[in-house]
Design a binder for this molecule. Structure first.
Ligand SMILES: C[S@@+](CC[C@H](N)C(=O)[O-])C[C@H]1O[C@@H](n2cnc3c(N)ncnc32)[C@H](O)[C@@H]1O
Length: 301
């Protein structure tokens, strides 16, 4: 585990780059058939993935690249773009419902702070591992010609650094309702880091604040449950140097969250979300049954 963390310290997250790649490919689709528009995804890409995304803009090549990805790593791309859309909707709802602060944990190359109109009106705190965050800040400044004014960046390693003092020192208001997104992160953390982060959020968040997160079904990680494509997905992230190590169990998630003062409101597989989002735009692809999006609300203490 020590070697793994050392490698992460030095390198920007590859899986975060892949998520931006999937969002760049999604953005290239015709507006009537795409799940969202992320104009920052392509500028945030580096190296090989940037080159492939550029190629995919050529007529006919986009569907070829998506088909190749879906064949090699079934459900990975489709789950990624469906979860992005589902979380966009949850964040918009939370801000319209009164959230006055937006915290993005393990932000990677997420651009919601810039692309969601609602997020532009409130304080945004992006928390990430320093190596990934530095690359993102550099790429965004180059693209925008300035540093984004509405975002505060906090370099935090969830395995080592306490979250609370960093957020408070950056101006986070514990008494104001917030929405927190923890997308595509818990799978890469140890159980103590996941629990430590939940405990910190319980202390930091005002009642009625929302916590939105994604996770891999724990049974897909310990082999006690099987899901189409899950094994290939696991080997792909391991190959990227960021293996899945933690998963929640849907059947005990509500009770786990309750211990930390959160009430589960929604917990849905990306397969079920794809059934809701894709047919209305003429698409038949499906997300993974193993990968889930959940949202919870901070209860009164
Ligand atoms: C798969 S990416 C997801 C990025 C983004 N949330 C998204 O969905 O596009 C995983 C993210 O978790 C972050 N991460 C993983 N382990 C971390 C740790 N120990 N401390 C802080 N961030 C971590 C990585 O830096 C990366 O940004």
């Amino acid at each position: 585990m020590g070697i793994l963390f050392y490698v992460r310290d030095q390198k920007a997250s590859q899986t975060a780059q892949y998520m931006a790649f999937f969002r760049a490919l999604e953005t290239q689709r015709r507006s009537a058939s795409r799940l969202f528009n992320d104009p920052y995804a392509f500028p945030l890409l580096s190296g090989r993935l940037r080159a492939v995304a550029r190629l995919a803009q050529l007529p006919g090549l986009g569907s070829l690249v998506r088909g190749f990805l879906d064949l090699g790593w079934p459900y990975t791309r489709s789950s990624g773009v469906v979860r992005t859309r589902a979380i966009d909707d949850l964040v918009r709802d939370a801000i319209r419902g009164g959230a006055r602060q937006f915290v993005v944990l393990g932000a990677g190359f997420d651009s919601r702070a810039l692309r969601l109109e609602e997020a532009g009106r409130i304080a945004v705190f992006e928390v990430d591992h320093p190596a990934t965050q530095e690359l993102k800040k550099g790429r965004l400044s180059a693209f925008l010609g300035r540093a984004p004014a509405n975002i505060r960046y906090l370099a935090v390693d969830f395995e080592r650094d306490p979250l609370e003092p960093k957020l408070i020192d950056s101006g986070f208001e514990p008494t104001a309702p917030a929405v927190v997104v923890w997308e595509g992160v818990v799978s890469y953390l140890t159980e103590p880091a996941v629990q430590g982060t939940l405990a910190a959020l319980a202390r930091l968040l005002a009642p009625s604040s929302s916590l939105i997160f994604t996770y891999m079904h724990g049974g897909a990680l310990d082999g006690s449950a099987t899901f189409p494509g899950a094994r290939r997905w696991r080997s792909w992230v391991s190959f990227s140097g960021e293996p899945f190590i933690f998963g929640f169990r849907p059947e005990t998630l509500a009770a786990t969250l309750e211990i930390f003062g959160f009430m589960l409101q929604k917990d849905e597989s990306t397969h079920d979300e794809s059934m809701r989002y894709c047919p209305p735009i003429g698409r038949s692809e499906r997300g993974s049954e193993a990968y889930r999006v959940a949202s919870a609300v901070r209860m009164e203490a």
